[in-house]
Design a protein around this ligand. Structure first.
Ligand code: HAM
Length: 426
């Protein structure tokens, strides 16, 4: 029996992996411009981190986590998202005590959620995310949004809609929560069992329910924006003013709630507009989480961040015909003619590589014609042929594969010749 890949996961093969590398590189470079530094945290964490961090009433914690007991009887979970782990590391390593604040971090890596797989919804997916910890300045909210939009822009994704909302501070949220409870309570028996249990624990989650999305009470539910206290609505106004200052277009959607519990104040999602997207339109999500550091044992510290999956980004790129053409081209393919030329050819190959050039030779004992074909397939810029005669004369034949021009080069200067041709851009 053949063993197949688990559902909801994928292999990224050579040819596609270059697209991933290009996306990751582009995103990293943008982060560096905004002065964000990379952090790497473990792929599994104590289950409690996500229960406390992401929230007990969320779908992620209730239904989607890959949780297991290890041989030491500890409950561990494959991370379903990156924020909780980054905040744990921030607390554990006392990054809040370091002189340069706020702490601005980015990360990329696999996340795991037991979801029903479909296009753009995987069980293992790769998130690229950013977290800025230690500043409650509304300008940081705008910076984070500017950063993510810049990544998409540099990758050539257009037709994006930035949707923002404010979930307010604790006081505003409590007032809104009470209003939501009063709104849903009289007819809660018409909702699914999940929503019924959410009513007391976290009625905001009801708004996020996929099963009951069409219930008439959903459309008339009280909006958080009506319950924002003075401080929260001022904060939201300032965030919007900063977005206006950098001319970043956005739409305010008071029904945007997000699927994780740690958010307050600014919440946002980036939606893909246009065809070819099926049910999945959210490319990226994020927001402010001012209480999370404290709830994970650190000092009271504000935070904000976002994450997007590379899988959905690639869907957007594909949908808009913007997939980069990242062909792998080698600099020189070496062909040996005759047994005696083989060791020298191998030595030249090694020297080319030692000098930073991409070089390859035949390892299947193919005929010369087939070797030329292989060079073509690898899109070799030059092909160099060393025969017994050339070896004696201490020369090598070099063919420029772009112009078709052939040239005899001294063996001693061959590596420098190729290097100059490639690096000199000739
Ligand atoms: P999230 O909305 O759960 O937020 O996920 C963020 C993004 O991850 C989504 O917009 C989507 O691009 C991608 N994503 C989520 N689930 C899947 C899946 N099953 N398959 C493919 N892509 C997926 C968070 O994870 C927060 N940690 C974001 C954040 C960072 N908030 C503050 N800081």
């Amino acid at each position: 029996m053949n063993i197949q890949i688990p559902r909801g996961t994928q292999d990224i093969l050579p040819g596609d992996v270059e697209i991933w590398q290009y996306i990751e590189e582009t995103a990293k470079k943008v982060c560096e411009r905004y002065n964000y530094q990379e952090i790497r945290t473990p792929i599994f964490e104590h289950t409690e981190l996500f229960q406390r961090g992401v929230g007990d009433t969320t779908d992620i914690v209730q239904k989607e986590m890959y949780t297991f007991t290890d041989r030491g009887e500890r409950s561990l979970t494959l991370r379903p998202e990156g924020t909780a782990g980054v905040v744990r590391a921030f607390v554990e390593h006392k990054l809040f005590g370091q002189p340069s604040q706020p702490t601005k971090l980015f990360y990329t890596g696999p996340m795991f959620r037991y979801e029903r797989p479909q296009a753009g919804r995987m069980r293992q997916f790769v998130q690229f995310g950013v977290e800025a910890l230690g500043s409650a300045d509304p300008a940081i909210d705008a910076e984070v949004l500017s950063l993510v939009m810049r990544i998409y822009k540099e990758l050539g994704v257009s037709n994006l809609k930035l949707v923002i909302n404010s979930l307010g501070d604790t006081e505003s949220r409590t007032a809104h929560r009470d209003a939501l409870m009063n709104h849903f309570k009289p007819r809660i028996d018409e909702f699914c069992t999940d929503c019924q249990s959410r009513l007391e624990k976290n009625p905001l989650r009801i708004l996020d329910c996929k099963k009951d999305a069409k219930h008439p009470l959903m459309g008339t539910a009280p909006s958080i924006l009506e319950y924002l206290n003075e401080e929260s609505s001022q904060y939201f106004e300032q965030v919007k003013a900063y977005l206006d200052a950098i001319e970043l277009p956005y739409e305010v959607d008071p029904t945007l709630v997000r699927g994780l519990d740690y958010y307050n104040h600014t919440a946002f999602e980036l939606m893909a507009e246009g065809d070819g997207f099926g049910a999945i339109t959210t490319l990226c999500g994020g927001g402010r989480y001012n209480g999370l550091v404290e709830s994970l044992g650190g000092p009271s510290t504000p935070g904000i961040g976002f994450a997007f999956s590379i899988e959905r980004l690639i869907m957007a790129l594909k949908g808009q015909n913007q997939l980069p053409n990242v062909t792998n081209q080698i600099d020189c393919y070496l062909v040996a003619l005759g047994e005696s030329a083989k060791p020298k050819t191998f030595a030249l190959l090694d020297q080319l590589r030692a000098n930073g050039l991409k070089a390859e030779k035949d390892y299947l004992d193919r005929k010369m014609k087939a070797q030329f074909k292989a060079a073509d397939r690898l899109k070799a810029r030059f092909t160099a042929i060393l025969g017994e005669e050339e070896l004696e004369k201490k020369v090598i034949n070099v063919k420029d594969m772009e112009t078709g021009e052939q040239k005899q080069v001294e063996l001693d200067s061959f590596v420098t010749y190729i290097e100059n041709q490639i690096k000199g851009g000739n």
